[in-house]
Write a new protein. Sequence first.
Length: 94
Amino acid sequence: MSCVFCKRDVFTRGHHIVPRCKGGKETVDTCESCESWIHNRWTHNELRDIYNTVESITSNEEFKKFLQWVIKQNPNSIFKSDTSNKRKSRNKYR
């Protein structure tokens, strides 16, 4: 399978666009690198209210920069996004 975000032919798993804890039911094939970036960048409420479609996520400028970088990487590598200091102080369930 290929990731719906980066289009790389890598191992994917079902990723809830809207987190299950916020009522999400739809899943899409997502690689671990993209999923890590998404969950370390936005809260569950932001994913529910703002970034609730593949199109809204891929249209984000920061995510576009990440995609430009990740598609150049070895597809066998998994990249875990570090949580920034700003993000660490936020409760993801807000």
